[in-house]
Design a protein around this ligand. Structure first.
Ligand code: TRP
Length: 451
């Protein structure tokens, strides 16, 4: 039944797919979010839980999500419907695709605002340079987020950039954007790590914070955040990697590509942490200072180092591009569905989905200033959206993806897509059938206070 190629086109090579999927994985999640949530959750123990989630839940689910996409060859909504028919199970599995589309829009609405901060920092780097004084750097960040006009402006710039790339489609838009940027970002991170080493004592304090675990810092909520972040950073649970998988030519190993992608993503996050925490300690900052953490620390490094202005500009430009290669995957499931089911051109589909996301993003921009006292469950709009998507919707999506691939899809189809030796297949099967769904359930139940 499944058509052998997608109507939206295909990746030209295996490498192009790896770059695109790594582009989706590596983004603000690694460089902005990982350090600040690690800081808020006490460091080392949180990092270990996060790494364990990537290994035991993230990688197996990434393989499952990719194989569903490649088998279905359509937008996640239609893919799930087609696969349900093919395996003769309930068609309501397509709701999983819908949940993903909604999660993608919700995530992108705040992702774009934060990416907007990064664009603003490119201009700060170009026109003002960065100060080497903690108080000045902090003030500059506070001024930015206090300004609704600036936040909405930069958010708009980022959304326009995203939709422009998305309009151009799989090969033209998505592939080209990633080829050079990912490797360059990596090199720059290494320069930052080298700088962090020059902080002496603070360097070891930073490493100690990141890598020596104190499990008394960890409760159910911290575990939920770590697990949610494993989904977020790998870009799992909402159909992004499913839709990318639907453009994946057959014959390419889903296991190998998943391992590369998860490996690269994890390395970038760890390097970001190694670069940032020494700066936090060297400058007497609080690890738990929240979403502003990298914007209050990295400028100090650039303000102090030789040729820091140049590295500063480069770094924030690359951060924006890393965010861009992630944001396109967040909206692609929606765009693909509008094209398939509503007969939209890619251009119209991009304008409609982007417009909706932009509007929601405006409320996020306002939640940092004029609407900061608008709260739901004691969280402002930004925190609420982040919690709802990363901690609840993505793990829930991942739960259903693993249950579908492990229990409902006909085994023969799963085996055809994975094409791995039987021993490895059996290990994977245990992970998607039991380990992943049970872990997600236990963490949910714990947070709900049921045990
Ligand atoms: N993984 C990206 C990051 O870390 C964000 C992202 C892209 C994402 N696509 C996704 C998150 C799909 C969840 C689901 O910045």
């Amino acid at each position: 039944m499944a058509k052998n190629t997608s109507i939206h086109g295909e990746w030209s090579t295996r490498f192009a797919y790896i770059l695109a999927a790594t582009g989706s994985a590596v983004g603000l999640g690694n460089i902005w979010k990982f350090p600040y949530i690690t800081g808020e959750n006490g460091g080392g123990a949180f990092v270990i839980v996060y790494l364990a989630c990537v290994l035991a839940i993230g990688i197996p689910i990434m393989m499952a999500e990719t194989l569903l996409g490649r088998r279905g060859r359509q937008s996640p909504i239609n893919t799930m419907a087609a696969l349900a028919i093919e395996s003769e199970v309930d068609k309501r599995w397509s709701y999983l695709g819908w949940m993903g589309v909604i999660a993608g829009v919700l995530i992108l609405s705040y992702y774009s605002v934060i990416a907007g901060w990064a664009i603003a920092y490119v201009f700060k780097a170009i026109f003002g340079g960065f100060s080497s004084e903690t108080a000045v750097v902090k003030q500059s960040f506070d001024d930015l987020i206090a300004s609704p006009g600036q936040l909405i402006f930069w958010h708009s710039v980022f959304m326009i950039a995203t939709m422009t790339v998305v309009m151009r489609g799989v090969r033209g838009g998505l592939e080209k954007a990633v080829q050079l940027l990912m490797p360059t970002l990596f090199v720059l991170l290494i320069i930052l790590v080298a700088y962090a080493m020059s902080t002496g004592e603070a360097y070891f304090q930073g490493l100690n914070f990141l890598f020596s675990p104190d499990f008394s810092e960890i409760d159910g909520h911290a575990v939920l955040t770590a697990m949610g972040h494993a989904f977020f950073t790998l870009g799992l649970g909402m159909g992004a990697i499913m839709v990318y998988g639907s453009y994946l030519p057959s014959g390419i190993s889903i296991m190998k590509t998943s391992l590369y992608i998860a490996g690269a993503d994890t390395l970038v996050a760890l390097f970001a942490g190694i670069a940032i925490f020494p700066l936090v300690f060297a400058n007497g900052l609080e690890p738990g200072s929240g979403p502003g953490l990298i914007f209050q620390t990295l400028p100090l490094a650039f303000g102090n180092m030789t040729a820091g202005w140049l590295f500063g500009i480069l770094f924030f430009v690359l951060l924006v591009f890393a965010a861009l290669t992630s944001s396109i995957s967040l909206i692609e499931p929606f765009v693909a569905w509008l094209v398939e089911n509503r007969g939209f051109s890619r251009i119209n589909a991009s304008v409609v989905s982007g417009g909706l996301t932009w509007l929601l993003g405006v409320s996020v921009a306002l939640s940092f200033n004029v609407w900061s006292d608008v709260t739901i469950f004691e969280k402002n709009i930004f925190d609420c959206l982040d919690y709802l998507t990363a901690n609840l919707m993505l793990p829930l999506g991942g739960f259903f993806i693993s249950v579908f691939a492990g229990w409902f899809m006909k085994e023969q189809f799963v085996k055809e897509e994975l094409a791995i030796p039987d021993v490895i297949y059996q290990v994977w099967l245990i992970l998607v059938r039991y380990v992943a769904p049970i872990s997600v359930s236990l963490v949910f139940l714990n947070v709900l206070g049921i045990f």
